[in-house]
Write a protein that binds this ligand. Structure first.
Ligand SMILES: [Zn+2]
Length: 403
């Protein structure tokens, strides 16, 4: 065993040594955006990169076709640390969430740890998790036991600010479909049943309910089918919604109330309603491991990077990393890659995710992740605090725990 600082330096140097390849990997994924569960090329690029760097790779992983897992063993028994990647893009707009950088940071961190693994106890797992933007690759992997042997998990997401951690919203995707009866909209409207009115009334009911929801609750939707011609009473209409709240229990209550809004709309319009709550769409709220998040921030600061720990204007979305954080200590820090205030899922953010500045920042974030992984393997006190905090939260019902 070499001393801790020697290990750290070697891990960081290993990442620097692959810098050009890592940036090329990120830009290649950015240039060929693939949406959730269709990220075949991206998954292959990442899995091949790991294989070339001494990982034994499974692809697919746990029957999730565009998931993969690269494993490498250290010297003797110790914790299993998972470093996660995402690589799905958004429809039409491309890598507007910058998941190409998540792929690069996770892979870079894994390669840094791999370079010193023969001097560490434990195991390293580099896990590729698809379809974060809808589909829930991590939900499927958690359900299939894909993290059953993992002690701590980590990843880093690009943002317009550098932040050691924050919570995320619990969420479900829900479809509502209304069935009515077609009729001539001018000559015999009384003979028809208007399915579009079912959808419109659902939006109105939701808007009426909003005032009575907690501030962080979010219900938002689009109409995907509203009929085919103005002179036909629509016999079929459909809308897609997201239903979100700050914690899983309250989110489930809001979901019930949302479904009641749709049922009320069906009763008012005489339509028949079908509700589909999507499988794997149950994104749970993120509960970051404080000791590990603090350690990531400390490593970033030691490299001269400034890191925020809390936000005064907290805005958040949802991530399936929440589901991982519900079963084991996990972190999901953010690296600032765009001017503050740049909205996510925008063309500006997409373009920022391909700049040299973004990759510069992402390399620091990858190094900090690698150092946290090394600490989790070599510093029993840190791992002990992470586990104790998780266990306390499990007792309080804040997280679910494994199994
Ligand atoms: Zn994202």
């Amino acid at each position: 065993m070499t001393d801790a600082n020697g290990l750290r330096d070697r891990a960081v140097r290993a990442i620097d040594a692959r810098r050009a390849d890592l940036v090329a990997l990120s830009l290649s994924i950015h240039a060929e955006p693939e949406i959730g569960f269709k990220e075949h090329k991206s998954a292959r690029k990442l899995a091949d990169f790991l294989a070339d760097n001494g990982f034994s790779v499974q692809r697919p992983y746990k029957d999730v076709e565009t998931a993969y897992r690269g494993d490498a063993a250290g010297a003797g028994n110790g914790p299993t640390v998972a470093i996660l990647t995402e690589y799905d893009a958004l429809p039409d707009i491309g890598h507007a969430c910058g998941h190409n950088l998540i792929a690069m940071m996770g892979t870079g961190a894994a390669i840094g740890v791999r370079a010193v693994l023969k001097d560490l106890p434990g195991r390293l797992a580099a896990v590729g998790t698809p379809a974060e933007e809808g589909g829930g690759g991590k939900v499927a992997l958690v359900r299939a036991g894909g993290f059953a042997d993992v002690d701590v998990a980590m990843m880093c997401h690009p943002s317009s600010r550098t932040l050691s951690g924050r919570t995320s919203l619990a969420s479900n995707r829900v479809d509502v479909e209304f069935y009515g009866k077609a009729a001539h909209a001018a000559a015999q409207p009384d003979k028809g049943i208007n399915a579009l009115d079912g959808v419109i009334q659902t939006f109105n009911n939701v808007n009426a309910m909003r005032q009575q929801l907690r501030p962080e609750a979010r219900i938002h939707g689009i109409i995907t089918n509203g009929g085919s011609a103005a002179n036909i009473i629509p016999e079929y209409a459909m809308a897609k919604f997201s239903v979100r709240a700050l914690d899983r229990r309250y989110q489930q209550e809001v979901l019930k109330r949302f479904i009641a809004c749709a049922e009320g709309a069906a009763a008012a319009t005489g339509t028949t309603l079908k509700v589909t709550v999507h499988e794997n769409s149950g994104y749970q709220n993120m509960v970051p491991s404080q000791p590990l998040a603090d350690r990531w921030a400390a490593h970033m600061r030691a490299m001269g990077q400034s890191v925020q720990t809390t936000l005064d204007d907290e805005r958040m979305g949802s991530t399936d990393m929440g589901n991982v954080s519900q079963i084991l200590p996990a972190i999901h820090p953010y690296i600032g890659i765009a001017p503050e205030g740049t909205p996510g899922h925008s063309t500006a953010f997409r373009d920022a995710a391909a700049t040299p500045e973004a990759h510069e920042g992402a390399l620091f974030a990858a190094k900090a992740l690698a150092l946290v992984a090394i600490d989790a393997m070599t510093d029993p006190e840190l791992l002990g605090r992470a586990r104790a905090e998780f266990e306390e939260r499990r007792k309080q019902g804040v997280v679910k725990g494994k199994a």
